[in-house]
Design a protein around this ligand. Sequence first.
Ligand code: CP
Ligand code: NVA
Length: 317
Amino acid sequence: MTLQQSDTPLTTSKPIRHFLQLADLSRDELEHVLERARIIKDKFKRYEPYRPLDDMTLAMVFEKASTRTRVSFEAGMYQMGGAVIHLTTSDSQLGRSEPIEDTARVVSRMVDIIMIRTFEQTRIEAFSKYSRVPVINGLTNEYHPCQILADVFTFLEHRQSIQGKVVTWIGDANNMAYTWIQAAQLLGFTLHFSAPKGYQLDPGRLQGIPAGVYRSFDDPIAACEGAHLITTDVWTSMGYEAENEVRKQAFQHWCVDQRMMACASPDALFMHCLPAHRGEEVSADVIDGPQSVVWEEAENRLHAQKALMEFLLLGKV
Ligand code: CP
Ligand code: NVA
């Protein structure tokens, strides 16, 4: 038996489903997960126990810091009857250069599902290739699909449908922005994008995206016109800290403030994946104002990821 064969999962009846980017789900599957999030949240609010993952174990591997992702996955798995193991680079052999492929082979023999927050997308892809269980992207440099799942769910709770709507992204072409574009393509809305020169979308990553899915604007105010949702993120994502001071200069006119909100649709929502820096990417009166839904958005990580884990482990229930 070759090494590759011995790494083959014991149960091969169903292909393993990973969630490495939002587009790993079809539209139908995404809509299913969003609907399950609604049902699972409703049970939670009614204190109705729901433990379909009894006896299952989630391993979480964090190579970058986290508050929301850790708490929502950990609480979510416990609430669904499972158990959780929390690993970081510094307290595991990853910090001493154990290959990611070997970590995947070992951890996936002992648990049922794995969430990873790491740097390059290629790193999570390498991990998933050697994993015998589903792998979830808890954020990479390229994508943050769990966050967008929660964000779309939050929008639907407020506005019922996102199809045909305009979502405005104010900020650099980061993991959130590219995942919003995948959501726009899957669900049929338009993403308005505005960033300073040097921080714009990479056409190489947008090949095959049909016209109408996104529009780029030099002027952030113009990007907000008619928006049903305005959303932003820190100017410097994790892993890019050396660029912090240069970015502060470049992004000074890309702060979501009342002037931008006033250009949007009167009932526009404001979202931010958090953590936020008031006075940088968003003014305090916007994030703490009546159009902001950031606390629900953060809570919805819990419900959306419970639905996601249910789907990856049990299929459509
Ligand atoms: N939004 C988000 O992923 O938050 P954390 O970095 O705290 O997990
Ligand atoms: N774009 C940010 C999101 C943090 C949740 C980052 O990658 O740091």
